[in-house]
Design a protein around this ligand. Sequence first.
Ligand code: NAP
Length: 298
Amino acid sequence: MTGPTLMEGGPLAAAMRDSVRQDVETLADTGVTPTLGTVLMSADPASQSFMDRKHEACAALGIETRRVDVDPDAPASTLYESVERLAADEDVTTVFVQAPLPDHVDTRAVRERVPPGKDVDCFAPANLGRLVAGTPRVTPATASAVLHLLDAYDVDTDGRDVVVVGRTTTICKPLANLLLSPAPNPDATVTVCHSRTTDLAAHTRRADVLVTAAGTPHLVDGSMVSPGVSVVDISVNRVPADTDTGYEVVGDVDFRSVRADAAAITPVPGGVGPLTLSCLLRSVVDVTARQAGAGASD
Ligand code: NAP
């Protein structure tokens, strides 16, 4: 018996990085150096590790970086000032703020401080608005990675029921809007579920395509999906395990029971994650190139 298509992000991520590397070289020939300024305000080992990987990936491709790590217990104003400094630095072409932020920080105030023209993750409210209006200037890396995976593995969304589990502004709302958009592939019929959704399973069972970003291990098992479903599991959850590290990484979906019925499914790790990083690098170069073309950033 053949199993479902395994939607691996690694090969797609590698191809995207090759094209990013070429574009970095082309920009270098014109005297332009893409430079990513990042801000991290978290003691979470996973967030710190994501940030380390971003900087390593940039270094490998010739993208310059500035890294600002803010003490998670510092006043919110320290974070706001850090973002403002990167925003004002003419050598920094792009700005990225790692979410989630501590509870005492007003995330909306941080979003307002990211200049739309330097934004690489659709963090700035103006860019979110443009995305909803159907004229995105930049798309969030995770949502881009999901769409790229669906496209690359020929998962049709046209007119079909796509259920997104999670309603975050960082991942799920932009993704839901992109899935609604008319072209190229999406045109989906989108349902967005969250922690207050009554009878999550009734929704997930209706899904032709199920996308999860709940950060909740084992949330979806085989009894909650229908045969032929395509599953994209965005979540990266560390759960205690008898391994060298003391944990293993799992998604929201119980891979073993769901794969039995699925037509296609992402592995965790190895699905959305690697591609998200490449999509971010792609945006760093695209945003920088646009600035160079325009001669200024807004
Ligand atoms: P988050 O801020 O905690 O948001 C989780 C969302 O899921 C919320 O909208 C929440 O609903 C919903 N939710 C939680 N439990 C639920 C349940 N039982 N039923 C239905 N909905 C539920 O999490 P996040 O920061 O977006 O991260 C989510 C996951 O994605 C994490 O595992 C993170 O590590 C991973 N992640 C992966 C990538 C990647 O590229 N692969 C990138 C970023 C994040 P409410 O709004 O009602 O609370």
